[in-house]
Write a new protein. Structure first.
Lengths: 168, 167
């Protein structure tokens, strides 16, 4: 079958739990990903981002030191970021809608809730390949478009007006 | 509320990923054989799950021990993260009731407004329950004894947080 060429993909897995990292890496290796980079925390991932030059980042939210959210904000907004557009799949035990919103507002592309399954990992991976989102730059946000689908009938007030904080 | 600047720039980054990873036909699809290989990779790791979980449970017990001696914000953070790790991972590692009890502990730690007020016996009861569920290899989510234990702990957390919010 004429399938996806995962062997061409470079993936960075950032998780301070070595067991979860091992599991994600094993699944990715099994589908053919060869260029895999691992980091035990946000600081390491950030320090080696230029050399790992990933096509996709799979990132845990809750880590000691720099959290996943802080990492994404740096990635998207720092002038030192080597690639502000790289897709980020956020791996997390947080499933509350407020947490999903926080991740989205930091610039996360996909949300992968624990417990993880092979299908969930691959579906998020395929989604960032198949459905790349345009990026939006405003005074308050830079990152993938936060709308899942285009909304043409909405006529109310600006929906995020109360959430605005200028980007540093 | 901040003053709104309505200007929004839409940027379409080049889709290098699809060009790089896409199939020769240009269609994005997953080969069923690849999916099967990935499922097998996960299955091969299953024998390690219990050992991995044991290490995570040990980390939780250590975090609790440190917190009990010195209930600082930093140590509360370590304990919360250890509980949160288990909440996220235990179901993947085939112990859903550990995930449930760990979620209750994470909720308790997250909800307490003062670390010093965290009720140590209730925290200890969660840590002990997690250790027992693992030691007894209770993987069945409908195990009556473990369920009653989880429900009791959750109820006490709700009560404790309600009481703490009134103080």
């Amino acid at each position: 079958m004429d399938g996806l060429r995962f062997d061409k993909l470079r993936v960075l897995v950032v998780d301070d739990n070595q067991h979860m990292r091992k599991l994600i890496v094993a699944v990715l290796q099994a589908v053919g990903v060869r260029d895999l980079f691992e980091a035990p925390d946000g600081e390491h991932a950030w320090a080696h981002l230029r050399e790992s030059n990933p096509d996709v980042i799979i990132l845990d939210w809750q880590m000691s030191g720099m959290t996943g959210l802080e990492f994404v904000r740096l990635l998207r907004n720092s002038p030192r970021s080597p690639n502000v557009f790289v897709p980020v799949i956020m791996l997390t035990g947080h499933t509350h809608v407020d947490h999903v919103r926080q991740a989205r507002d930091a610039g996360v592309n996909e949300f992968l809730a624990k417990p993880v399954s092979v299908k969930a990992i691959l579906s998020r991976l395929i989604n960032v390949i198949e459905h790349p989102r345009p990026f939006i730059r405003t005074k308050y946000y830079f990152g993938p478009c936060r709308r899942r689908r285009s909304v043409t009938v909405y006529t109310g007030p600006e929906r995020r007006a109360s959430e605005l904080t200028p980007i540093d | 509320m901040a003053t709104r600047d309505n200007k929004a720039e839409v940027i379409i980054p080049p889709n290098t990923l699809r060009a790089k990873v896409g199939s020769a036909s240009g269609k994005v699809m997953l080969d069923p054989a690849v999916l099967k290989r990935a499922e097998m990779a996960m299955d091969n790791l299953r024998q390690e799950f219990s050992g991995w979980l044991a290490k995570d449970i040990e980390a939780l017990a250590n975090a609790f021990s440190v917190f009990a001696k010195s209930p600082t914000a930093d140590n509360a953070g370590y304990l919360f993260r250890a509980a949160h790790d288990l909440k996220g991972q235990a179901t993947t590692f085939e112990y859903p009731l550990i995930a449930r009890v760990a979620a209750s502990l994470a909720k308790l730690m997250d909800g307490m407004t003062s670390w010093r007020a965290s009720p140590l016996p209730l925290v200890a009861a969660h840590v002990d329950a997690i250790a027992v569920i693992h030691r007894e290899r209770i993987k069945d989510i409908s195990n009556r004894t473990a369920l009653v234990l989880a429900e009791e702990l959750e109820a006490r957390v709700v009560k404790t947080l309600a009481k703490a919010s009134q103080q």
